[in-house]
Ligand binder design. Structure first.
Ligand SMILES: CC(C)(COP(=O)(O)OP(=O)(O)OC[C@H]1O[C@@H](n2cnc3c(N)ncnc32)[C@H](O)[C@@H]1OP(=O)(O)O)[C@@H](O)C(=O)NCCC(=O)NCCS
Length: 197
């Protein structure tokens, strides 16, 4: 599940994807992307959950607060090994983002996908899968072989992770702006299955 507790990118060579009618690259995010990052986090979440959770959940953060969080992240507020990738149309415009890095809370998985979002009008075109593949590739570069992700049990997109071969591991309570929900943890013991050619 998305969290704005943003805690470090390494150096990614941009990957370019040439789909039938949409060309985009996946690259390391830059501080100048902060406003677009706020959009790629907030819009997909609000669009997904509106009508499914109390409105107080959907006002968990403002765009200005999110921009400030991202700017802090580029400054110093990030963990060792953490990295932030964006999907950017070649014609311009960031349409997705993914935050990944090592994790130590659960010894079964060495890496975590902390955040993934694709603007709603660009979903179901393979961007999410390619962002996850780019995160997996970066983690492999770091010597990490396994990965987990947290997703709210009520998130209709949790099937995305099942489609990508994730295994349901367990659930934990999750407090979303004062509303108690549950999040499911999905894991991949061999991260290589997430890599694309
Ligand atoms: C989840 C999310 C990142 C998926 O991104 P996307 O670009 O739409 O996903 P892709 O197009 O790469 O889909 C990859 C595969 O998963 C499937 N898939 C995608 N979303 C799905 C869903 N909600 N339910 C079932 N399958 C789904 C696709 O059909 C595709 O399958 P295929 O390989 O058989 O064609 C996007 O829906 C999103 O940003 N949602 C809002 C935020 C969110 O829920 N983030 C994840 C929780 S932390």
């Amino acid at each position: 599940m998305y969290s704005e507790n943003i805690h470090a990118p390494g150096s990614a060579s941009p990957a370019t994807t040439d789909d039938a009618d949409m060309r985009y690259q996946i690259r390391d995010a830059k501080v100048e992307d902060a406003p677009a990052l706020a959009d790629t986090v907030i819009e997909p979440i609000v669009t997904t959950f509106r009508g499914h959770v109390p409105d107080q959940c959907l006002s968990w953060i403002t765009k200005d607060e999110s921009i400030a969080n991202w700017q802090r992240w580029f400054g110093q507020d990030r963990e060792d090994g953490e990295f932030l990738l964006v999907a950017e149309l070649l014609e311009g415009g960031v349409v997705g983002c993914a935050l990944g890095g090592p994790q130590t809370a659960d010894s079964r998985f060495a890496g975590e996908l902390y955040l993934l979002g694709v603007l709603s009008t660009y979903q179901r075109q393979g961007i999410g899968r390619n962002l996850v593949a780019a995160v997996a590739a970066r983690l492999v570069q770091q010597g990490i072989q396994s990965i987990q992700v947290r997703v709210l049990t009520i998130n209709p997109n949790r099937n995305f992770y099942e489609r990508l071969g994730g295994t349901y591991i367990y659930e934990e309570p999750y407090d979303w702006n004062g509303v108690l929900l549950a999040e499911a943890i999905y894991g991949w013991t061999d991260i290589k299955c997430l890599l694309t050619d």
